[in-house]
Design a protein around this ligand. Structure first.
Ligand SMILES: [Zn+2]
Ligand SMILES: [Zn+2]
Length: 330
């Protein structure tokens, strides 16, 4: 009996030591990665990008997001947008398919809207996370879960990271550059999250007579670095921020083992210093001071934040809801 108790005590001690070792490893990895990201940011040398043309209008149709304009549409904590200018059609991200359904929310919503993604000129991947690539397997393998688009689809993909299993032609982006008439990418901006490093790019559309329409997938870059990158790269002022920003305040929509993963593992400086209202207020102050319009989804921004921004910005704020197109310059 005594030896059984001793064995049990040793087992518990070993488990505690293993857990402490894993947690220590994660914090060391996070700290080292964060230092590397900051060093790369400090050493950045990016050539400016000049637009040779401008779009007359930009239409944004949310295909996947947290909110929908009516109950027919599937919703989930993922992102997919159809971006249309007078010159180009771009599919921006591929949703999540969180339930791993045979027919994903993206496919179902596209069918309800009677849209054809085969017509897209380009597919733009903001970053290699499952809620933007179409699921866990797509993220793991490095491809987009867009199998429902016609066989042999060869629409080119622009991606901030390699996509080894993607059958379409992939251009890996390293720098800010033009990608279509009047459309550019900011190039990837690195971020060390507690869950691991991520490199995210945003799309920039030069809207005639207005300025830059910036389309953001998840906002891991942080708004400060994103704005800095745009100001360093383009001459035109920012006219609108469109898409999803990482403001899961006071809480996010995705949890892991009961922990608010969006807020504690995918935002802020560390789990002890997650994103908070001070960050949201700083963003709102910047947008107001610069007369920037906001068209925002809710897959990683809480309803509390969306409501605050709607109240504060009035007509300069529009929610992005599945099935409800928004148009700038129309
Ligand atoms: Zn993400
Ligand atoms: Zn996301």
């Amino acid at each position: 009996m005594y030896s059984a108790i001793r064995l049990f005590t040793r087992l518990i001690a070993l488990l505690v030591i293993a857990a402490v070792a894993v947690i220590a490893f994660l914090f060391v990895r996070h700290h080292t990665g964060a230092e590397q990201v900051e060093a790369q940011w400090s050493d950045r040398e990016m050539a400016p990008v000049e637009f040779d043309t401008a779009a007359r209008s930009v239409s944004i149709t949310p295909l996947v997001n947290w909110h929908a304009s009516d109950h027919r549409f599937a919703t989930e904590p993922g992102v997919s947008l159809l971006i249309e200018t007078d010159r180009s059609i771009i599919l921006f991200d591929a949703g999540f398919n969180q339930g791993d359904d045979a027919r994903s929310p993206l496919e179902r919503n596209v069918r309800i809207m009677s849209r054809k993604l085969e017509n897209a000129d380009l597919i733009f991947l903001s970053h290699r996370h499952r809620d933007h690539m179409g699921g866990v397997e797509a993220e793991r393998d490095g491809r987009l879960a867009l199998d429902f688009i016609a066989d042999g689809d060869k629409t080119p993909v622009v991606s901030p990271t390699a996509l080894p299993a993607e059958p379409r032609p992939v251009t890996e982006i390293f720098q800010p550059s033009r990608i279509a008439p009047g459309i550019a990418t900011t190039g990837p901006i690195g971020r060390q999250l507690f869950m691991g490093r991520i490199d995210e790019q945003a799309m920039v559309i030069n809207l005639e007579g207005r300025g830059l329409v910036v389309i953001v997938g998840c906002g891991h870059q942080t708004i400060e670095k994103l704005v800095r990158r745009i100001e360093e790269t383009f001459e035109e002022p920012i006219y609108a921020i469109v898409g999803d920003l990482h403001f899961p305040v006071p809480e996010g929509r995705l949890s892991f083992l009961g922990v608010d993963a969006q807020r504690y593992f995918a935002s802020g400086e560390s789990p002890f210093d997650p994103v908070g209202w001070r960050d949201v207020d700083a963003f709102a102050d910047w947008a107001e001071a610069n007369d920037v319009r906001l068209l925002l989804g809710g897959h990683d921004t809480s309803d509390d934040v969306l409501t605050m921004l709607a109240d504060r910005f009035g007509d300069s704020f529009k929610p992005l809801r599945v099935g409800e197109p928004q148009c700038l310059g129309c």
